[in-house]
Design a protein around this ligand. Structure first.
Ligand code: ZN
Length: 242
């Protein structure tokens, strides 16, 4: 068992410095179309992080449920932290972990909107506190790992949100929260100014799905999670090898 919050303090004293590292898991409370729950990214982040922790001998902190979700902020139910708030949270948690002797601090997010904030926090830890052993993962190589599994294209060649793969992952882990009868396919027109101006999703997406959620299956989700977990674990083992 590698759940951080389940340890007593005498166990923590011994296990934190002995483990390869401690994983900080990030998620979001964010619209995921008409068929997936708001907590999709926190559930998936937690699942991936726990499995990675098993493979790498890392302790896993409880998921931080909230993330930076500016793009989806207009959809009912979405909660968005400012990048500053999230960054401060990550830095403070990391300082505590470092104080308790964590060898490596590893951030894993189930929500890609947290990516740049994880990097910002790692740089603050590096520059201000000389804590250099901070790693961060936001579903790396998601496109390559989806090859042979995913049948629908990424939206705009790069985004998958509440679509085939995320819905499949949820079917594999939390099927009771997936409403496949409400799953849709939507490829909104790409706003011309998208790469040069910040535009909330609500201005061009009807359902909040970017891709084809109707093609999701439990089998695809299980295989994708397995590949992602192995990919991240391999990277952690490689980078933190002593
Ligand atoms: Zn998501």
């Amino acid at each position: 068992m590698n759940r951080y919050e389940e340890m007593t303090w005498p166990e923590a004293k011994e296990k934190i410095p002995a483990a390869r590292g401690v994983i900080i898991t990030l998620g979001s409370v964010e619209q995921h179309g008409p068929h997936l729950p708001l907590g999709t990214d926190m559930f998936m982040g937690q699942e991936v992080a726990c499995r990675v922790g098993e493979l790498t001998d890392c302790l896993v902190l409880p998921v931080i449920p909230f993330g930076q979700v500016w793009s989806a902020k207009e959809f009912p139910g979405t909660i968005s932290l400012s990048p500053e708030t999230l960054c401060n949270l990550l830095v403070d948690i990391s300082l505590s972990l470092n104080h308790h002797g964590a060898k490596n601090i590893i951030m894993i997010t189930g929500h890609s909107g947290n990516s740049s904030v994880m990097k910002d926090a790692a740089r603050i830890l590096y520059d201000r506190y000389h804590i250099k052993n901070v790693l961060y993962y936001a579903y790396p190589d998601k496109k390559k790992l989806a090859e042979g599994i995913m049948e629908s294209p990424f939206w705009n060649g790069r985004l998958m949100h509440a679509a085939e793969m995320e819905t499949s992952m949820m079917l594999a882990v939390k099927p009771e929260l997936v409403h496949m009868d409400r799953a849709v396919r939507e490829y909104p027109d790409v706003p011309e100014e998208l790469d040069f101006k910040t535009v909330p999703w609500s201005e061009y997406s009807q359902t909040g799905v970017f891709g084809d959620a109707t093609l999701a299956t439990e089998k695809k989700g299980e295989e994708y999670i397995r590949r992602m977990v192995e990919h991240i674990a391999k990277s952690i083992l490689h980078i933190t090898a002593e």
